[in-house]
Ligand binder design. Structure first.
Ligand code: ATP
Ligand code: MG
Length: 230
């Protein structure tokens, strides 16, 4: 019996290490307001994916808190988080099964029509319908039968279907052909509409569209502002 989610996320005095004592983040603070799009940029190894993984609760802070609408996310159930938080990771993970099953994972009771619609919204329908078995195509272990760009498109369709209030994106760095790139850009724009989002950005177009940009260096925000200001 939680109130409807506004969609604000806050990192409060977050420390984190993977290996005891080797801090990746030390007293990290960040508040993303309802409806805001915040982009995170920084060198490789600066801790960007770590921050996203913490936000998705694949890891929990060593100390400090991550609050969603002011409540520590550890107090929420995994189901609640799954229903309210969507993400597409740097190395998007699909489970073995069909494309349809992977998209539907965002909303288990979705109809075929809703699944196709979600895929159309993010521009994934084109590549899917060109496959011999279309939506029934097997993606292979972890999605091995698809390219990274295609895996991301499937993940975006999943995110559209589940319509979470909060969305995290860790943009893929691996090379993606120009055509898929354009589709992904379109997908990102659709996904960011009306939600709180936090994006690890590599593309200039993503950075440009953010309300606020943070520059991360060794786990510390060294600069922030709008695209114009930086
Ligand atoms: P990139 O731009 O290359 O994606 P990043 O900013 O996302 O880099 P992170 O992946 O957050 O960087 O890594 C931050 C630091 O944490 C790095 O020193 C990395 O080696 C380390 N690290 C990341 N994941 C793990 C892990 N699972 N176990 C141990 N160390 C890790
Ligand atoms: Mg990363």
């Amino acid at each position: 019996n939680w109130e409807p989610l506004k969609g604000q996320i806050e990192f409060k005095n977050v420390d984190f290490f993977y290996k005891k004592g080797e801090y990746i983040l030390k007293d990290f603070n960040l508040k993303v307001n309802q409806g805001e799009t915040v982009a995170l940029v920084g060198e490789t190894g600066s801790g960007k994916s770590t921050i996203v993984n913490l936000a998705c609760r694949f890891y929990e802070p060593t100390s400090g808190e991550i609050l969603i609408d002011g409540v520590d996310y550890k107090l929420r159930s995994q189901n609640w988080l799954h229903a309210n938080i969507g993400y597409v990771l740097q190395a998007p993970h699909l489970f073995s099964g069909t494309i349809k099953e992977n998209i539907r994972y965002g909303k288990l009771d979705a109809t075929d029509e809703e699944i196709v619609n979600a895929a159309k919204i993010v521009n994934a329908h084109g590549f899917i319908s060109k496959l011999e078995k279309g939506y029934e195509s097997e993606v292979g272990e972890g999605g091995a039968l698809l390219s990274t760009g295609e895996k991301q498109l499937v993940s975006f369709a999943r995110a559209i279907l589940s319509a979470p209030r909060i969305f995290f994106l860790d943009e893929a760095t691996s090379s993606i052909d120009t055509e898929t790139e354009a589709k992904i850009q379109y997908a990102i724009d659709r996904i960011l509409e009306n939600r709180t989002s936090f994006i690890v950005a590599h593309r200039l177009s993503t950075i440009r569209n953010a309300d606020r940009i943070l520059v991360l260096e060794k786990g510390v925000v060294i600069e922030q502002g709008t695209h114009q200001e930086l």
